[in-house]
Design a protein around this ligand. Structure first.
Ligand code: NAD
Length: 249
């Protein structure tokens, strides 16, 4: 199939709809763009800096070792922001579609987001590849716990080892959980269609999961407001909620 972009005839929407209707095994990959309409900024927009530090410096083990208070302050600010936001139409449409589709097909959603907004609308078969904003991890033994605190007067110590806790997210340069990665790549080689929503396509392993699926013959549908690095058969340059209303309703 030649790459098809959305135009006034709407044929890309129809093709995407048909592909997803027929697909017996669908992989969905979401990124920061799906939460943008909830009011949560993406990394690669204008807000790529906080207190003059790049997000790459803030979301790193080196950054945390240098200044844990600064990194915690950044994550606490993000917790407060996400806490004030709600899942948007795109999260809701996806959750309903997956629930219905699972009666007749296999569907798995891997999100790069750490905001848990897919989980907030009970999206089935969802895996948060990069962890969660709402988890703390012990820096001594690695044990994680759920944590809803929005502020810390003193940095948090783990109940298990009384050691400093860090955010339970995957930082730049860190490895993802091996079992989760194996499941993601296994899904990518078995699926017929991949629906990619709101990702720059620059962050691995999501980028390589998509390209692996394409290599073994899956069709890629990419929804994004802007041009990105995802190689897709169908490109829909619209907001996540606009596009999903047209494709999944
Ligand atoms: P990214 O910031 O690199 O890219 C976001 C993409 O979304 C861009 O290509 C942009 O054009 C697109 N976009 C913006 N608004 C959109 C909309 N309304 N509809 C459709 N597309 C839209 O994000 P990424 O690709 O997810 O990867 C970067 C890293 O950012 C990940 O590790 C992720 O954990 C982290 N992150 C997460 C959140 C969150 O949890 N909500 C927010 C910011 C960054």
């Amino acid at each position: 199939m030649e790459s098809l972009a959305v135009d006034s005839s709407g044929s890309a929407y129809n093709q995407a709809k048909m592909l997803l209707e027929k697909s017996l095994n669908t992989l969905i990959i979401t990124g920061a763009g799906i939460s943008a309409e909830s009011g949560i900024p993406t990394f690669r927009g204008e807000n790529g800096y906080w207190r003059n530090q790049s997000v790459e410096e803030l979301a790193s083990a080196e950054g945390f070792a240098k200044n844990p208070r600064l990194i915690w302050d950044w994550y606490l600010e993000r917790r407060r922001l996400v806490n004030s936001c709600k899942p948007n139409l795109a999260h809701n449409i996806l959750a309903k579609w997956i629930e219905q589709k699972l009666w007749t097909a296999d569907v798995n959603l891997f999100t790069q987001n750490i905001d848990d907004l897919h989980q907030a609308v009970n999206t089935l078969n969802t895996i948060s590849m990069h962890g969660s904003l709402w988890r703390n991890r012990c820096t001594k033994c690695g044990l994680e716990r759920q944590e809803m605190a929005l502020d810390y007067s003193k940095l948090p110590l783990s109940p298990c080892c009384q050691a400093l806790e860090r955010p339970g997210v995957v930082w730049f340069g860190e490895s993802l959980d091996k079992k989760m990665l194996a499941k993601a790549f296994l899904t990518s080689v078995k699926c017929n269609a991949v629906l990619v929503i709101g990702t720059s396509g620059l962050v691995a392993p999501a980028s390589s999961i998509i390209s692996t699926a394409r290599t073994v013959g899956a069709k890629i549908i990419d929804i994004n407001m802007a041009q990105n690095a995802v190689q897709a058969d169908i490109q829909i340059r619209k907001s996540a909620s606009d596009a999903l209303q047209r494709i999944l309703f």
